[in-house]
Design a protein around this ligand. Structure first.
Ligand code: EPZ
Length: 429
């Protein structure tokens, strides 16, 4: 499978943004922490979510699809606290099941997390957090094991601001006895969303969205119905799609406050960005100006939008500097863009992007999820036909990516083989 596209069309119209994948992964884990049924709405229909749902089924959670984006979980009969399958090993967020199962059953065994190859991605802060709750942790035979006869609230100071460990300590702490304080916590919208979901189940989590989170443990959690926030990164990707194709796109079902870092940069680059209550319109202009960014934890510029910015800078006027401060291996898309005529010099965690490039179509390979999406944007901005291979990465996190782009006027198709690709080439001429 690959995406094939012909660039050059300005994207115009409206696109509805799906629920946030990275919030949903934490929320699904939270949802198994009660024996009562929970209903989760606005769940994105993407691969990582479906892998997570399969992992839940494997341990005995009854998963009922109430609709494409709505699911009911009943976790009253979980028969195993060991989570291990081929697919969960390839994703990152399986680690949330450690926190959730540890909280509910005081014991959890989960395969060491995989995920996109964007850096070394240690889990030391997760383990440090569990230990602060008096759990024993060890890694053996490729599994992370956490066990606590008495799970007790504790004080955790995170060495780095990091989403995964923040959520993963909140999860068990809500059912621990006593109070927990997490300092230097991540402030991302998905941390807040998981905390809100837990509070709707009867937990007592305060301060999510600030850098100190206080949790008072409760005896048990109960049923809830909860709707996931919109995906900040999917929205940002479409906003950049408007910018690089000089189009006019309104992203709908977004929370504009979550998009501020992205809106500000697009404005600085010369786009017109208009905010409404739950939508944002981006009008691309014929001239795009370069800028500098440094990726930072929220509310800074998100690392998950860095490759999309890299593409925009290749066609902007002037030279732009990207400093990647979250993951050490997030510039793999640079070699792919070079095939399209881009010139980007990477030195350690800094990329210097020369602008004014006329990108031309090429055969590209997606190195990871966000970089893959960024290469699609490059293909839509380029002259001629491009292909993007290894799109299983993109399918992990973008729902109906090609269909949503087509509705905005993009010439893009998901093709299964060379024959279908040839048909596309003949059609677009
Ligand atoms: C989450 O990854 C997201 N994944 C990533 O989404 C996202 O890029 C990242 O947060 C940053 O926002 C999920 O939510 C499933 P972190 P995660 O914990 O949990 C270091 C996407 O494309 N660190 O915030 O791995 C780590 O190495 C992706 O959707 C430790 O040192 O990120 C990194 O430098 C890919 N020790 C930084 O913290 C730890 O124990 C941020 O990590 C944990 C993390």
């Amino acid at each position: 499978m690959q995406y094939i596209m012909k660039g050059g069309n300005p994207l115009v119209g409206e696109v509805v943004i799906s629920g946030a994948k990275n919030a949903a992964l934490g929320i699904l884990a939270a949802g198994i922490m009660t024996d009562e049924s929970v209903i989760i709405d606005n769940l994105p229909d993407v691969r990582d979510i479906n892998v997570m749902l399969d992992a839940l089924r494997d341990i005995g959670v009854v998963v009922e699809r109430l609709g494409k984006h709505r699911v009911k979980l009943n976790s009253g009969n979980i028969h195993s606290v060991r989570v291990d399958n081929e697919y969960i090993r390839r994703m990152r967020a399986g680690y949330y099941l450690l926190g959730a199962l540890l909280g509910k059953y005081r014991h959890a065994e989960v395969a060491l997390p995989g995920g996109c190859d964007i850096g070394s991605r240690p889990i030391d802060q997760h383990l440090k957090g569990f230990r602060a709750l008096r759990a024993n942790t060890q890694v053996e035979y490729g599994m992370v094991v956490a066990d606590a006869s008495e799970l007790t609230g504790g004080h955790v100071y995170m060495d780095i601001v990091s989403v995964g460990p923040t959520i993963n300590v909140i999860l068990p702490a809500v059912l621990a006895s006593g109070n927990t304080i997490i300092e230097n916590a991540a402030k991302e919208p998905h941390v807040v969303d998981v905390a809100n979901m837990l509070n709707s189940m009867g937990a007592n989590v305060k301060g999510a969205g600030t850098d100190v989170i206080r949790i008072r443990g409760v005896e048990r959690l109960h049923s809830t119905e909860y709707s996931i926030i919109p995906d900040q990164i999917e929205a940002g990707t479409f906003m950049f799609a408007a910018a690089v194709t000089r189009g006019d796109v309104t992203v709908r079902n977004v929370i504009p406050k979550h998009m501020e870092a992205i809106s500000a940069k697009l404005t600085e680059m010369g786009c017109e960005v208009v905010e409404f209550d739950d939508s944002i319109r981006v009008l691309g202009k014929p001239r795009l100006y370069s800028c500098n960014i440094k990726t930072l934890p929220y509310p800074g510029f998100p690392t998950d939008m860095q490759p999309q910015m890299g593409v925009a800078l290749t066609i902007a006027e002037g030279t732009g500097i990207i400093t990647e401060s979250i993951f050490e291996n997030r510039f793999k898309y640079v070699d792919e863009l070079a095939k399209m005529g881009a010139f980007i010099k990477v030195e350690g965690n800094v990329a210097v992007v020369s602008g004014n490039t006329r990108l031309t179509g090429a055969n590209l390979v997606a190195p990871d999820l966000r970089a893959g999406a960024a290469l699609v944007l490059a293909g839509l901005a380029a002259d001629g036909v491009s292909t993007v291979d290894d799109i299983q990465y993109i399918l992990r996190g973008y729902e109906n990516f090609d269909r949503k782009l087509r509705r905005l006027g993009a010439e893009i198709e998901l093709v299964k083989d060379g024959r279908e690709a040839q048909k596309f080439r003949l059609r677009v001429g």
